[in-house]
Ligand binder design. Sequence first.
Ligand code: PLP
Length: 452
Amino acid sequence: MAFKELDTAGWQALDSAHYLHPFTDHANLAKTGSRVAVRGEGVYVWDNNGDRIIDGLSGLGCVNIGYGRPELAKAVYDQMLDLSYCQSFFNTTHRSAVELADTLTSMLPEGLNHVFFQSSGSEANETAVRLIRKYWDLVGRPEKRVIIARELAYHGSTHMAASLSGITPMHYAGGDLPLPGIARINTPYQYRHGANMTADDFGVVAARWLEDKILEIGPENVAAFFAEPAQSAGGAICPPMTYWPEVQRICRKYDVLLVADEVVCGFGRTGDWFGCYHYGFVPDIMQLGKGLTSGYLPLSACVISDRITDVLIGLGGEWAHGYTYSGHPACCAVALENIRILREEKIVENAKAELVPYFKAKLETFVDHPLIGDVRSVGLMGGLEIVKDKKTGESYLYEEHIGPYCSAEAMKRGLAFRANGDTMSLMPPLVITKDQLDTVFDIAREALDATA
Ligand code: PLP
């Protein structure tokens, strides 16, 4: 096959014939055909026809540093020439993994001192769950089994990660999900569940749903509370500042491990380096992914507190868990270079000072749009919730959702603008400029107008 000679239709035909895409209606894709992306630089991606798209989504909430940084490519190249692969068992280690583990733990709250690496956020969540269960077994409390997770959560696509997720289509995708041992509480979604309260009051009320659930199940049976600091795929659901400190108090009171899935929130998305700093809490386990490498290579980290590793390491014996690509040298090298650039160029700090207030103000101009019922954001993660009736807040039924139509209208105009249900999400790279944000919001408005 002379791939070089293929035109767009040729690529689309091959794509349809052989490549199953994630989260895609393939019958529909066969009609529309895929866009063939060929190049990325900064906040832009180009397709093979030369059309430019401004990436309002940082890929999938991962390309925090922007596309095409040669330093990252060089870090991978150098690492691959030195040592392209290293299995980290049989008493072997390598420098990039050790340096990255040390770097990460130095950036995170005190007491989080060990890191387990894998390739994806889903796998990091699998690691966290196995670790939680192992921990309670080791301390002689195996009845502490139930993990409490939230509505609208997204934790990934593997069996356990999908089970923890509260976005219900994840359960219907196959596999008799959710797996047993998971309980669910509502999420701090003020527009839907607390519109009559102040944000501060609602944060405490929503946190107490966790306490109610723990008491209902019995604290002696509850292993952990598992949540994203702010929910991204659930529709940019950003809790009030009172929520997390109260959640932490409740977890400590009932001896429930607090697990923060920071796969999206980590590395600057909330305006601070990590969601736990932004919201003021310290988890027992934290998962990182996406922004860890800015999406240049797949890598995730499960960061674990001394409370757990003291038992796991202290009691000895092998923990039979791991992946062929745990701590892959090239992935660790690219993460280190990504962190170096983020730090040296003060990308997170500059985004917080310059971009976050601008992004929020721009987003809030949509309050008056006839389609928009709620506007919410934290850092550079924002959501515009489309409603059927602005006065009552009535939503479109699932089969009536118009968000995907709005996404398509934005894409026609050169903006990646995602529909999570009917919440239109924006998560631009942290290196976007104010001018580029103006373009993002101009196109977003045109797309919404075309949808209205
Ligand atoms: N956790 C959160 C909060 C996520 O948003 C995602 C992916 O979007 C995941 C976990 C799963 O990560 P991955 O797709 O790398 O498996």
